[in-house]
Design a protein around this ligand. Structure first.
Ligand SMILES: [Zn+2]
Length: 74
């Protein structure tokens, strides 16, 4: 049974808590906006109900928890 994890090479380690921790670090370090290519993505305050990150150029919002807008490099 395939669950779709093959498509990414995300280095899941153990447990969702560490996955979230590295993801936020990863985004804050080197992600860029998939919508406009702006390399500056800011993080919303913790516990924000909707979005975790937003682009400072086009204001696109990104939610890591549900992957509503997936980060992709295609
Ligand atoms: Zn943008």
């Amino acid at each position: 049974m395939k669950l779709g994890f093959e498509e990414s090479q995300t280095p899941y380690t153990s447990g969702s808590q560490s996955a979230r921790a590295w993801t936020e670090h990863w985004v804050s370090q080197w992600i860029y906006c998939p919508n406009c290519g702006n390399p500056k993505i800011d993080q919303f305050a913790a516990n924000r109900p909707v979005a975790d990150f937003f682009c400072t150029a086009c204001n696109e919002e990104y939610e890591l928890k549900s992957q509503k807008t997936a980060f992709r490099s295609k």
